[in-house]
Design a protein around this ligand. Structure first.
Ligand SMILES: [Zn+2]
Length: 306
């Protein structure tokens, strides 16, 4: 099996079969050995270390007073025998004070800013907690009837409270395709105007209802760059909680060469040869996508095929 992508394969046992066991769940919530992954307004709690930010999980005693307020909690799973919960602190104005943490050495940070610095387990755990709390924050009301919803099954479903509706809502993750398009020893990379200066990456876009993944790949490449593709082959996938995607990675072969960019989507796109990419260092004019991204992985795996 290929090396999993970043933010995946954190090693947790998600124990889906125990989410409906309210006695087991109550015992884990009360268990002094359980650990909590705080999330505050889409940010994760870290402490400063010599090696950069590291996740800070809090124990049952630290969480005690916060749990009394009935915050959203989600059972993430078991790590060995230890239950790990995500804990939403978004209603607090000063969460570090509430946790009695020194603001000089602790902070809530956007995972985008420090994810690449984390080990695999830590990155995966924080991404999972962040993604679940994002879903809860966006589904407080029923999309069918507009009534409030309440969480159930250890935070993995929300039920509509309207007795005439009772719709059950499940966590969402939005599929997006991301593809490295090649033509012989050249590949197609583009950049959006909002990206960091000089960064070029693979093309990507959301899957639309009623199309296959292969069709989504072909449509996005044609819409954004005017290139027709075939031989769309699956590579690997990556949870991407920015805010709620699963990236589905593909390689595809170009049938046409002439680039016509959609200026609403891309600022620039070009063909890059394998030799040029292998010899070019990241700089102001060109740099590769971030190391934790599946885009980087798709490019690097293609470069190795040469
Ligand atoms: Zn409803």
């Amino acid at each position: 099996m290929k090396q999993p992508n970043y933010y995946a394969a954190g090693g947790l046992d998600r124990v889906g079969h125990l989410r409906k066991d309210s006695d087991w769940l109550a015992a884990r919530l009360a268990d002094g050995a359980s650990r909590f992954v705080p999330v505050w307004r889409a940010q994760n709690l870290v402490r400063d270390t010599e090696d950069g930010p590291a996740p800070l999980l809090i124990d049952r005693a630290q969480a005690e007073s916060l749990l009394a307020g009935g915050p959203e909690t989600v059972l993430l799973g078991l790590e060995a025998e230890t239950a790990l919960f995500a804990l939403d602190l978004s209603t607090l104005e000063a969460p570090l004070d509430s946790l009695a943490l020194d603001a000089a050495r602790h902070k809530f940070l956007d995972l985008r800013a420090f994810g690449p610095l984390l080990g695999r387990r830590d990155g995966s755990l924080l991404a999972y907690a962040k993604a679940m709390m994002h879903w809860h924050s966006r589904h407080r009301f029923c999309g069918v009837c507009g009534s409030p919803t309440v969480a159930a099954e250890a935070g993995h479903v929300r039920h509509c409270t309207n007795a005439a509706c009772k719709t059950t809502h499940f966590p969402r993750t939005d599929p997006a395709v991301i593809m490295l398009v090649s033509d012989g020893d050249k590949c197609l990379l583009g950049r959006q105007a909002v990206w960091p200066a000089g960064m070029y990456s693979t093309l990507a876009g959301f899957v639309e209802p009623g199309e296959s993944l292969e069709e989504a790949v072909a449509r996005e490449v044609f819409e954004e760059a005017g290139i027709e593709v075939d031989c769309v082959t699956y590579h690997s996938s990556q949870p991407w909680p920015f805010p709620a995607s699963i990236m589905l990675g593909f390689h595809a072969t170009a049938k046409t060469r002439e680039i016509r960019i959609d200026a609403h989507e891309l600022q620039d796109a070009n063909w890059y040869s394998r030799d040029w990419l292998l010899s070019h260092e990241d700089g102001a004019d060109f740099r590769m996508p971030r190391k934790d991204s599946i885009a980087r992985r798709l490019i690097e795996d293609w470069l190795k095929q040469g």
